[in-house]
Write a protein that binds this ligand. Sequence first.
Ligand code: AMP
Length: 379
Amino acid sequence: MKNRLGIIGGGQLGMMITEAAQNLTDEISEITVLDPTENCSAAQIGAKQIVGDFKDELAILKLAEQSDIITYEIESGNTDVLSKLKAKIEPSPSTLGIIQDKLSQKTFLSENELPVSEFYEITSLDDLREKINELGLPVLLKSRRDAYDGRGNFKITSSDEIEKAYQYFDGKSLMVEKFVNFKMEVSVIAARNTKGEIATYPLVENIHENNILKITIAPARVSQNIIRNAGEIAKKTMQVLNGAGVFGIEMFVDQDDKILINEIAPRVHNSGHHTLQSCKTSQFEQHLRAILGLKLGSTELIHKTVMCNILGPDGFEGKYKPVHLEKDGVYLKMYGKDISKPQRKIGHFNVVDLSDSKDVSELLQMADEVKNIIPVSPL
Ligand code: AMP
């Protein structure tokens, strides 16, 4: 029997899941997304849309009526409502619940003996001072919920910043974490299907600017030892997490080459966009295979690839000129967002080593050239 697919969130991730779903014609009959932005990215390529907030109970109920299986592209879904639904939800609301709260996520990981930076819950300003005495500076004070792209983090480097950092969060529930002086940020895209089959993609290297992912390099330029350790940590994470779907596991490589998990995203992930061209099975198809209980596809990296995000330029908010590009080995994907805003993700491109003849530095140089010829300018 074919499934009607519901997706909470119809931005770029929902759009690329929709594209993959449209190719799984034997499995999926129709696709509906719930998103607050009218004519969202996924709707533009043919998904039906319910316009509503991700946490709106009535809108979620409506989505459930129109879906046999529901998944999501954002982690801020309403777990109370989701757990009451009759429709199948993957990853499960209980897995989502663990991940949504950074403190419960870190507690879960450390209880399962997975490596994380030292952390504490924070209940008051005095408590923060006390925990900083134990951890030493610098630390990162983090909002436990609804924070992404670093927007819920405050780095405290000296004791006179402690009060300011605490006030910044204005009563939100908080945790504090020892700052990791990392050599590199890396990630593993991992999948687990409803039958428990696990597959991991090769380790990639991520370069952030202002907490936003700018570039992913596949594969990561690290030793075999680090690749093996990160792969094992990713597999173990998937074994204990118990949810079905694709997960983005973000990690640090510290100065001693030790791997620490920073954060898990219970969804397809920006650092997996390279798989659209670099691997046989994209992370989007893999996610659908996982939640539908199909055999997982190959995760082998066939071509070295550099992925570059296209962000809205600073100092400009509004409609922008269409962006086109034709260049061998470069694959551009724009997300159909009408309005550019500073630092908003409006597209990405992959520079792919189709001939298997380039090294990563050449791909990075090409990516830099492409970035400079892609204009994001007012219409
Ligand atoms: P997050 O939103 O918590 O994933 O954090 C966003 C970015 O902040 C990460 O990609 C890191 O660059 C940085 N970050 C988060 N936690 C830490 C940490 N404990 N030590 C150093 N940098 C961190």
